[in-house]
Design a protein around this ligand. Structure first.
Ligand SMILES: [Ca+2]
Ligand SMILES: [Ca+2]
Ligand SMILES: [Ca+2]
Length: 381
């Protein structure tokens, strides 16, 4: 049986799951790929076929070609990673037949011009796009992914100006079950090569989907640029010399984590041993007015140590007007994990004049969790 035939049922299953979804309205922006041209699916099996890659000249995707690759990197025998484009969606599925949740893999989508090479390790033409302007002359300042479905996935975006100038951003998406747009502001990217990329002079864009140790999946409708506006969160980096204007409830505290902080030196640390299984949060209320339909993205970095599965944790964003609308963004990561960026998408359904942010956990009798580098943007329609 050919590998693609093996993987195909996995992809088909994802298609069926997503068939009832309704595509979101597309805001203005530069479309990198609308996934209107089918490709693959291709797939990898651990450990016998750890890598599969293919390229497709589409004439539609940015640079005229889409390079796909699937890699199965660790885990149990027979664990699979599949990626493909069908039905107007980029689909990714990482599956472990034993459901032991210790199999790792990833899929990549390269937009690097017509180089005919999708190898995720050696096949990137860093200036293959010849210097496109992702900012559209300053009008755009973020990537947007219109996502139909996504489960427990690291979404990594890398932008190259050339081989020496690269910027990247990795975000853990916990659970998206209905069509949702997620913004990735350019300002949140970090230099991962030299001084970083010039987003107005771009030679390659790479989208990587994967999970180092768990089953995961994604269906992405459109990959495009978009525009966001910063929302000021005072002391969002927690480095102002005190907690204010945040308040806290519980027994956590600011700690000096030195260079181990995400933004040095200070983080807020929740400690399960002293929590007494109660609710511990840090809270800030912003004077921010708006109306139904406004969309916000709160991003934060979270660090975990020995966090038990039964602990409830994450973010609650509340729009406060004549009534209060709560949006919950739980975080499912458990055990030990290094700083990971998470984003909470919240769309207002009421008029509001305040936004309240609560970050914390409940029910932890052990372990610890640290929070740092909290920021927020709103989508400019
Ligand atoms: Ca290419
Ligand atoms: Ca390539
Ligand atoms: Ca900090």
């Amino acid at each position: 049986m050919r590998l693609s035939q093996f993987i195909k049922p996995l992809i088909v299953a994802a298609v069926i799951l997503a068939a009832g979804s309704i595509a979101p309205v597309q805001a203005a922006g530069f479309t990198i790929d609308d996934y209107g041209t089918n490709q693959g699916p291709i797939g990898a099996i651990f450990p016998t076929q750890p890598l599969d890659e293919g390229t497709l000249v589409t004439g539609v995707a940015t640079g005229g070609e889409r390079d796909l690759a699937a890699a199965a990197t660790t885990g149990t025998q027979g664990a699979t990673t599949g990626i493909g484009v069908a039905g107007g969606l980029l689909r990714y599925l990482q599956d472990d037949p034993t459901s032991t949740n210790d199999s790792g893999g990833f899929g990549t989508v390269q937009y690097d011009g017509i180089d005919g090479n999708g190898d995720p390790y050696t096949g990137l033409d860093s200036d293959g796009l010849g210097g496109i302007d992702l900012t559209s002359g300053g009008a755009a300042n973020a990537f947007c992914l219109d996502i139909d479905e996504m489960i427990q996935l690291n979404v990594s975006l890398a932008v190259s100006t050339d081989a020496e100038s690269v910027s990247s951003l990795t975000t853990f998406i916990d659970d998206i079950e209905s069509p949702t747009t997620v913004a990735f502001p350019f300002v949140d990217f970090f230099p991962t090569g030299g001084a970083g990329a010039d987003f107005s002079d771009v030679g390659a864009i790479v989208l990587t989907l994967g999970n180092p140790r768990d089953e995961s999946s994604a269906s992405i409708n459109i990959f495009r640029t978009c525009t966001v506006a910063a929302v000021n969160i005072p002391n969002g980096d927690l480095d102002a010399g005190g907690l204010a204007p945040w308040t806290d409830a519980g027994t956590g505290s600011l700690v000096n984590a030195g260079s181990q902080a995400h933004t040095p030196p200070t983080v807020y640390r929740f400690t399960g041993a002293t929590a007494g299984f109660g609710t511990e949060i840090i809270r800030q209320v912003l004077s921010q007015s708006g109306s139904a339909g406004d969309t916000y993205y709160l991003s934060f970095y979270i660090y975990g140590l020995d966090i038990q599965e039964y602990v409830q944790k994450g973010v609650r964003i509340s729009f406060i007007g004549a009534t209060t609308q709560n949006v919950l963004c739980p975080t499912s990561s458990v055990d030990d994990f290094n700083w990971q960026r998470q984003v909470c998408e919240a769309e207002a359904t009421i008029p509001y004049n305040q936004i309240r942010i609560d970050i914390g956990w409940r029910g932890a009798g052990s372990g610890s969790m640290a929070i740092d580098s909290i920021s927020m943007v709103t989508l400019v329609p």
